[in-house]
Design a binder for this molecule. Structure first.
Ligand code: HSE
Length: 431
């Protein structure tokens, strides 16, 4: 290393699963990271909420005075891995005001207050980098923001939550039901004791907002993302998907509509087994990007965990340090297109509808008539079961959400229908 290197001092907010790995790697790989950055990297302070000892972090660095980190004149870069909205938002704004570049893994914060934070960083001429906020180690932010900056992205579909992908994989491969697998995922530490953010899709919705904003050069917030989780997916749905050579995945989808609006949503999707996303198993994440010139791309890897997330943070750290060493800043956020969000009611998909009906003559005709009354064309119908109650699985051609909801209402009120069990959106050639 060049003896004339600048020293770049780092302050870190948070020292949990991710922060402790960042601290470990910063110390063990300091020489390489400094050589790659063009500056000597020194971890100066680590802020925690309660002053407990942290393995591998010198206790003299640890402070509970988080404010002292973002105002320390010697600190050049702040890494925020504490999570949550406050005090993270206030601390990051304060750091930016004090001309520090910031690296954050905080998807919920960026998907809620991103506009304010990115504007503040632009005004202060500092970097605000967030590769770790979406899909952990997978380099999707930089790929979309820089490598694909010359292309027109048309759609992004991602498996961006490992917990739900683990649950759906086990349901599919082991024939176990949702509650049983969730319990196991909690015991293994994949799922939180309060799994709501994962299973109800909120974690994926924050990531969907960030991906949609990047893909379509607009500000998208988590409130604008339609969100449906996996807790209603039953083993019967999974088995019906299997019979059709398909799998059910929780996808974050961002696409441009014919009206030039952004459709952004998180919900279960039935995918043919041949789709590249169908083979993404267990806790792995993947993002499938479609663009005009490049065509289809897929990014795959570990979407969570201490070391994988730390890898993304350290990549940002090297980039931001290089900018600091040469007194410049990198790409800021681009929201020039300012596109509107498409109402969910207008979004069109194919649907899988599973229902129990009386098994007698004329029933199929009446069911088909109900779909037709909402202008929904049927692609295939499978019937299973004998006796007085039969299970019908209908796959429709493309229909709007509004038509499907109206059709479901009509089906549910028909005397011959015992129960409408499920309606799941379908992607690709499932029949
Ligand atoms: N809880 C998330 C997951 C990781 O299961 O993938 C953090 O976003």
């Amino acid at each position: 290393m060049d003896a004339g290197f600048k020293t770049i001092s780092i302050g870190m907010l948070g020292a949990g699963v991710v922060g402790s790995q960042v601290a470990r790697l910063l110390q063990s790989d300091r020489q390489e990271l400094s050589d790659r950055s063009g500056a000597l990297l020194v971890l100066k302070k680590v802020g925690v909420r309660s002053n407990t000892a942290r393995d591998g972090i010198d206790s003299s660095m640890i402070t509970t005075d988080l404010h002292s980190i973002v105002t320390d004149p010697e600190i050049n870069i702040v890494i925020e891995v504490m999570g949550g909205i406050e005090p993270a938002r206030t601390l990051i704004l304060e750091a930016i005001k004090n001309k520090k570049s910031v690296i954050t893994a905080n998807k919920a914060l960026l998907a809620t207050h991103g506009h304010e934070l990115f504007n503040a960083a632009d005004a202060a001429k500092v970097d605000l980098y967030y590769e770790a906020a979406v899909a952990g180690a997978i380099p999707i932010i930089r790929s979309m923001r820089e490598s694909l900056a010359g292309d027109q992205i048309t759609r992004v579909m991602g498996i961006v939550n490992g917990t739900t992908n683990y649950i759906l994989t086990k349901m599919h491969e082991e024939g176990r039901d949702f509650k049983d697998v969730l319990k196991e995922a909690q015991a293994l530490g994949y799922a939180e004791s309060d799994p709501t953010a994962d299973v109800d899709g909120h974690d994926a919705a924050a990531k969907a907002a960030l991906l949609a904003g990047l893909a379509f050069h607009s500000t998208v917030t988590i409130d604008e993302v339609y969100c449906e989780g996996i807790s209603k997916i039953s083993i019967e749905d999974v088995n019906a998907a299997k019979r059709m050579n398909a799998v059910i995945k929780l996808l974050a989808i961002a696409e441009i509509t014919v009206k030039d609006e952004i459709s952004v949503r998180v919900h279960p999707v039935m995918l043919p087994s041949s789709h590249p996303l169908a083979s993404v198993r267990d806790v792995f994440n993947a993002i499938y990007v479609e663009s005009e010139a490049a065509g289809e791309l897929m990014f795959y890897g570990r979407g969570a965990g201490g070391a994988p997330t730390a890898s993304a943070i350290l990549g940002d750290l090297v980039a931001v340090t290089r900018h600091r060493a040469y007194s410049t800043v990198g790409y800021g956020e681009s929201d020039y297109a300012d596109l509107d969000i498409a109402p969910m009611s207008e979004v069109k998909s194919q649907f899988f509808v599973r229902l129990h009906v009386a098994d007698k003559s004329g029933v199929l005709a009446s069911i088909a008539q109900t779909f037709a009354s909402e202008n929904i064309s049927i692609q295939t119908v499978h019937q299973a079961g004998i006796g007085k109650d039969a299970e019908l699985v209908v796959v429709t051609h493309s229909a709007s959400e509004a038509s499907l909801i109206a059709c479901m209402g009509k089906l549910a009120s028909m005397e011959i229908v015992t129960k409408v069990e499920a309606a799941i959106r379908v992607e690709g050639a499932v029949a």
